[in-house]
Ligand binder design. Structure first.
Ligand code: NAD
Length: 280
């Protein structure tokens, strides 16, 4: 179990390539836009230069990590991976399409993992002929810093797949919890309503983002407020999580705040866009 295939070189795919390569895995990185994979590898190189400048890594560490990451522009080139990590946009039909393709190229006994924040693993797995090999590995952002992974078995996931996933997570020196496969799992089941409620406070008028975040940070002694977290995650991702939970539970309490929709429609996607609840 030493070859990793990553699909999607966005915020999460980039960090996953970094941490898996650093843990000694041989990593192939694929994105529908090859320039995104190339940029991801360059970004990792630049970040490592920063670490070297602070004596946190050596030049030889950098060389080893970058040598472990291979950008591929052909999906089929991922075929010999032992673990696939799907990190494309948070969209059920897109993920099902990717898993159908993974189903065709993967051999029996490999792990087909999605890092989805909220989408049912069982529904993703239903697009494949190997639902027993499909599992959720919900890494948190930034993945190279955050110590926890939510491991989410689908309805048909076997114990063997779960054990392989746990061994993989341990090799990355991360802790894990096993969560039930319901929309939002455990973490976003609690985090999304908090962010959405903070958005409602803004929507109702009068509240300032800084004040809402200060209330939560100082009041609960947590490092970031809900709106700061939302900007870091990406408001488009938060909206998708909300829509998925609203669909999955058919419960009005999960309806995304109309203001959140307006931000996303206007391209105010958070830090990555230079503007979200805050301006960067
Ligand atoms: N952003 C977060 O904080 C966070 C945290 C945990 C989990 N996640 C989950 O990680 C996944 C990715 O999120 P992200 O924030 O990295 O998204 P992102 O928008 O930064 O990156 C998504 C990448 O997928 C690529 N892509 C789209 N369609 C593709 C296809 N058909 N084939 C290959 N690549 C394709 C895009 O080009 C893009 O580079 C989502 O499921 C999200 O819920 C995100």
């Amino acid at each position: 179990m030493n070859k990793i295939g990553i699909i999607g070189a966005g915020i999460m795919g980039t960090d996953l390539a970094h941490i898996t390569a650093e843990a000694g895995f041989s990593v192939k990185l694929y994105d529908i836009k090859t320039e995104k994979s190339v940029a991801a590898k360059e970004f990792i190189a630049t970040r490592l230069d920063g670490y070297i400048a602070k004596n946190r890594r050596t030049h030889s560490d950098k060389e080893k990590i970058l040598n472990n990451i291979k950008v591929v522009d052909n999906f089929e080139d991922l075929a010999d991976s032992d673990i696939f990590l799907e990190a494309v946009f948070e969209d059920l039909s897109l993920k099902q399409e990717i898993f159908q393709r993974l189903d065709r190229i993967s051999s029996a006994g490999t792990v087909l993992a999605s890092i989805t924040s909220s989408i049912s693993i069982t529904e993703i797995a239903s697009a494949t002929s190997k639902p027993e090999s499909v599992i959720g590995l919900h890494f948190l952002n930034p993945a190279r810093v955050m110590g926890l992974v939510e491991i989410v078995p689908g309805f048909c996931t076997t114990v063997e797949t779960i054990e392989m996933a746990k061994a993989f997570v341990k090799k990355l020196k991360k802790d894990f919890i096993e969560a039930k496969d319901y929309p939002g799992f455990y973490l976003n089941r609690i985090l999304y309503p908090m962010i959405n409620e903070a958005a409602f406070l803004l929507y109702e008028g009068g509240a300032k983002p800084e004040v809402i975040d200060k209330a939560m940070k100082k009041g609960l002694n947590i490092p970031m407020g809900p709106l700061e977290i939302a900007d870091m995650v990406g408001l488009d991702v938060i909206l998708k999580i909300g829509e998925e939970m609203f669909r999955g539970y058919a419960d009005f309490k999960y309806r995304p705040c109309p203001l959140l929709r307006k931000y996303v429609a206007s391209g105010y996607l958070g830090r990555k866009a230079g503007r979200g609840f805050y301006i960067y």
